[in-house]
Design a protein around this ligand. Structure first.
Ligand code: TXA
Ligand code: MG
Length: 326
């Protein structure tokens, strides 16, 4: 592995981009201090320039190299959840270019917990700006194979790190007058964060100019028409004879043939379901169904994060607006 990490590190030092594993999803990484490298990330992903990148650092000790005016609660959160799937949005220092933050005065930052990502960061003397390694708007990658299929011809190297442990993006928290605000539900549930810092306001917005600009409606989408169902048993009954696929928490319909569905957790475990979610979406999308129906998850813990991604993947966003408004 050391050899592969060295190859990735050398490319990054030369200003190239590299796909890297993290515990959430694979990232498309560039030297956060090199504007040209950062611009390549936007270019390869076809990502709109208004959508800032997350900067990955090697440890909490590095935080004040790129951020300042850090609220005490941010340190509390970082101490509790780093290395891990929590991104903090903080005031940026001038060494972080406006290109990284899309002109915002703040920078999103986290310490990933994937051992390979950490070893790579340790070997570099700069942090890594990295969004998820998927073409803009498409499903995030949780294996190197997903990256290869989607962007393989555009990037010089994919650092292998197995399948991502969490399988869903980091939770993003920003601060308004030092008060924490949840910008994106993610791999660490709101409940878990509230155990650490108390009540957390949600600003997980899908408006035209949201605080976390990546949170525009259509996102994480398969190419196949994708619909979330509140009553999956009825939806299965109504569509059983059509060319449709089902994305299920757990399959309870014994008459459903195995080539028509993927179940995310046979034991109904939300962590396991989150881990399997994107791989299942990639797989169903490749099966050429006319429609994919996804079962709505229980609105608690990681079920909230999974529902967020399912509704964003849905073509019509009426349901998403409904859950977002309560
Ligand atoms: O788990 C993750 O966060 C993965 C891995 C690779 O670390 N990265 C990821 O990046 O999901 P991306 O680019 O797909 O999503 C980053 C999100 C976007 O919604 C973006 O708007 C938000 O982070 N973001 C980044 N910097 C921000 C800032 N300064 N203020 C508000 N939102 C920010
Ligand atoms: Mg993304």
């Amino acid at each position: 592995m050391t050899n592969e990490i060295n190859i990735a590190a050398d490319l990054l030092r030369k200003g190239s981009v590299v796909a890297i594993p993290t515990e959430t999803v694979y990232g498309l990484a560039a030297n956060a201090f090199n504007e040209n490298a950062v611009m390549q990330v936007f270019e390869i992903k076809q990502r709109p320039l208004f959508n800032p990148l997350i900067v990955h650092i090697k440890s909490i000790d590095y935080l004040d190299t790129i951020a300042f005016n850090i609220p005490p609660i941010a340190y509390e959160l970082a101490n509790r959840f780093w290395p891990g799937a929590l991104t903090l949005v903080l005031e940026k220092k001038s060494n972080i270019s406006d290109k990284v933050t899309s002109g915002k005065p703040t920078v999103g930052v986290r310490v990933p917990s994937h051992p390979i990502a950490l070893a790579l960061l340790e070997s570099l003397d700069f942090p890594l700006a990295a969004p998820s390694a998927n073409p803009f708007g498409y499903i995030s990658p949780t294996t190197s194979d997903h990256v290869k299929k989607q962007l393989g011809d555009k990037i010089p190297y994919i650092l292998e790190g197995g399948s991502c442990d969490k399988g869903i993006e980091s939770t993003i928290i920003g601060f308004v007058n030092d008060k924490p605000v949840l910008y994106r539900v993610g791999a660490i549930s709101k409940e878990e964060i509230e155990k650490c810092i108390g009540n957390l306001e949600i600003k997980n917005t899908a408006s035209a100019s949201p605080d976390a600009p990546g949170m525009i409606n259509k996102h994480y989408s398969p190419k196949t028409k994708f619909i979330v169902s509140n009553n999956i048993s009825n939806t299965i009954k109504d569509n059983i004879n059509l060319n449709v696929g089902f994305l299920l928490f757990k399959n309870n319909d014994e008459y459903l043939s195995t080539n028509k569905y993927i179940e995310l957790s046979a034991v109904e475990n939300l962590e396991e379901a989150a881990k399997n979610l994107y791989a299942a979406m990639h797989k169903l999308d490749a099966m050429h169904f006319d429609i994919i129906f996804a079962e709505k998850f229980p609105e608690k813990q990681l079920g909230i994060t999974i529902n967020d991604r399912l509704y964003r993947a849905q073509e019509e966003h009426f349901e998403y607006k409904k859950i977002n408004s309560n």
